[in-house]
Design a protein around this ligand. Structure first.
Ligand code: PEP
Ligand code: MG
Length: 606
């Protein structure tokens, strides 16, 4: 599905409502025409929420509702334990015991038995069944004269609210519950909410938070869902059911569009669809400059379902497989076998072309419930990615074994994110050797000669790139984080998005130094951050000497066409000039001008 084919049933404009245009940050290209579905915490807010109405289900839905109920209990248990952990130093023993009491309620077999009964025998939805049972409990406890017991009713209510919230959240995250042709509007959508979106019925989304490189935006591009982010104070002006248009190219949202605007957007969608169809025709062509230099174009995927799109767009490999999405929203941690099967399939489907598997990068803006989350004041500077290994080495070891084993099925490479020092990579390589030995003694087949790379995404890694290059087989520049950490700009904070400048002289210098260090050690450099997908930056990045660009599949076509219209010689000259610019806007102007001249139709692709 191209990003242009996401139109829904065009809403008819309501004569009573005036068209309003809002500006946000373009996060995922494409146009969507549909109606608003307001969401809160990943849960849909229906036009009128009839909280107390009993919701019945059919017999064949019972198993699923029981599952939902247990998933909500599990989530609640995790949350309580996490709170307990956070507060353990600051609470008296007696107060800490409150949480134990809460856990007892969550684990109460009689309670869950009654809820299951109500789901199966009375055919109530999980939420209705739970409400019915818990109300009975609360009424019973409140009616006794014992003051202590009466106070316990407060605890039950507290836990019940938590369970209900989780039930509601989980319930509405499920695909089939979304009304068709929805455009989601929410204060925030976490990466896990986004990964769970019902792709058949979600035409696009607009959220108040985030920026172009927040993981939610990256995921939207990968799922090819048009999206606009950073729409501050937007939701309070909307209602579920309002007609609207999302323009993910320009970062515009039009509420109550009039007939003229609707017409304009329908025509735009048609034109761009044509252009992307044309680009698809070029998918078998190499990304070769006019003077004969080839750049490897690869694609980023978040899960195995993305591989089909990689093949369609003609990418030469998977440059970044973000494995954390195997963990996000999973009810249990994916074990070695599960991961092995996924990686093996990706390698087999790519028929010998490279597949770069990045180890788990949880933390930052991707928080996870199955791995007890660390609540930290600065999550991007805290327990993220490989740093989790110190506390939970088995997470990393399991992944290493799965990747090594899957390496027998194709051309798999292993990539470590968030490396900041030589010690870290040395430890990781030691760990990898240990896991190889274990596989060997278990007589499990694996690829012992697997290539290993590091992500250059922390400025310190770029500075010590020579040392790192002597230890590994390839570099992959994670520009999303490299920019965030070198400019001290939170990549997902819309308020400082104006400072997030990929062409800042400091960023260009770090990329140049990384390439130099890699060349000295004769290893290749890929860029797998979002700048790789921006055709305006392509001439600059090619000129800086990177050998591979990896991006969301939808961007491969435009970037390929651009590379085929430039020369390496010209790109190098451009990079030289850009490196001497004093400001980000000067170098951006240089590369944009160069790109637009080489490819005049670029304007309509952007
Ligand atoms: C990056 O940082 O550029 C990158 C590719 O990784 P992620 O966006 O997942 O942090
Ligand atoms: Mg990163």
């Amino acid at each position: 599905m191209s990003d242009e084919t996401t139109s829904g049933s065009a809403p008819s404009p309501s004569p009573a409502q005036k068209e309003v245009l809002y500006h946000g940050i373009p996060a995922s290209p494409g146009i969507a025409i549909g109606t608003v579905l307001l969401m809160d915490n990943g849960a849909a807010i229906p036009p009128e929420r009839e909280a107390d109405q009993e919701e019945t289900i059919s017999e064949d839905q019972a198993d699923r509702e029981v599952e939902l109920f247990h998933a909500a209990l599990k989530q609640t248990r995790l949350e309580i334990k996490e709170m307990q952990k956070q507060l353990q130093n600051s609470l008296e023993e007696r107060e800490a015991g409150i949480f134990d009491a809460h856990l007892l309620i969550v684990d109460d077999r009689m309670l869950s038995g009654e809820v299951e009964n109500a789901i199966r025998k009375k055919q109530l939805s999980a939420a209705s069944a739970f409400r019915k049972v818990i109300q009975k409990y609360i009424a019973a406890i409140s009616s006794v004269s014992d003051r202590y017991l009466q106070e316990r009713a407060g605890d039950v209510k507290d836990v019940a609210t938590r369970i209900t919230k989780n039930l509601h959240g989980l319930e509405h995250r499920t695909a089939e519950k979304l009304p068709g042709q929805s455009i989601i509007a929410a204060r925030d959508l976490t990466p896990s909410d986004t990964a769970m979106l019902d792709r058949d019925n979600t035409l696009g989304f607009a959220i108040e938070t985030g920026s172009r490189t927040s993981h939610t935006a990256i995921l939207a591009r990968s799922l090819q869902i048009p999206a606009v982010v950073g729409m501050q104070h937007f939701c309070e002006r909307l209602h579920t059911g309002d007609p609207l248009i999302i323009d993910g190219y320009l970062g515009l949202v039009i509420v109550h569009p009039d007939e003229e605007t609707l017409d304009l957007y329908r025509r735009k969608m048609e034109r761009r669809e044509q252009l992307y169809a044309e680009l698809l025709q070029e998918s078998r062509m190499r990304a070769e400059t006019l003077d004969g230099y080839c750049i490897q174009l690869s694609a980023n995927v978040e899960d195995i379902s993305g591989v089909a799109e990689v093949q369609r767009c003609g990418a030469e490999g998977i440059g970044l497989f973000r494995t954390e999405y195997l963990y996000l929203n999973a009810a249990t941690l994916p074990d070695e076998e599960t991961q092995y099967q996924v990686f093996r399939k990706a390698a087999a489907d790519m028929h010998g072309r490279p597949v770069v598997i990045r180890t788990l990068d949880i933390g930052g803006d991707k928080l996870e419930s199955t791995i007890s989350a660390y609540r930290e004041p600065n999550p991007f500077l805290g327990m993220r990615a490989i740093r989790l290994c110190r506390d939970k080495p088995e997470l990393m070891r399991t992944q290493m074994r799965a990747v090594l084993r899957a390496g027998t099925a194709g051309n798999i490479r292993l990539l470590f994110p968030m490396v900041s020092s030589v010690d870290e990579i040395d430890d990781l390589l030691d760990m990898l050797d240990e896991e190889k030995k274990k596989l060997m003694s278990a007589q499990q087949p694996f690829n012992g000669a697997m290539e290993v790379g590091v992500m250059i995404e922390i400025p310190s890694a770029a500075v010590i790139a020579e040392e790192l290059a002597s230890r590994v087989d390839f570099f992959s520049i994670g520009s999303n984080d490299l920019i965030q950490y070198s400019l001290a700009v939170d990549r997902s904070n819309e308020k400082v998005a104006y400072l997030y400048n990929p062409t800042h002289p400091a960023v260009l210098t770090l990329i140049r130094d990384t390439v130099r260090a890699a060349r000295k050690n004769d290893i290749p450099v890929c860029i797998c951050g979002e700048i790789a997908a921006d055709p305006l930056l392509t001439p600059l990045l090619v000129g800086l000497g990177v050998s591979e660009l990896s991006m969301s599949p939808a961007s491969v076509g435009p970037v390929r066409r651009l590379i085929r219209r430039i020369t390496m010689h010209g790109a190098e000259e451009l990079a030289e000039k850009a490196l001497s610019c004093r400001t980000a806007s000067e170098s951006l102007a240089l590369t944009s001008e160069y790109a637009k001249k080489a490819l005049p139709e670029l304007a309509s692709l952007l």
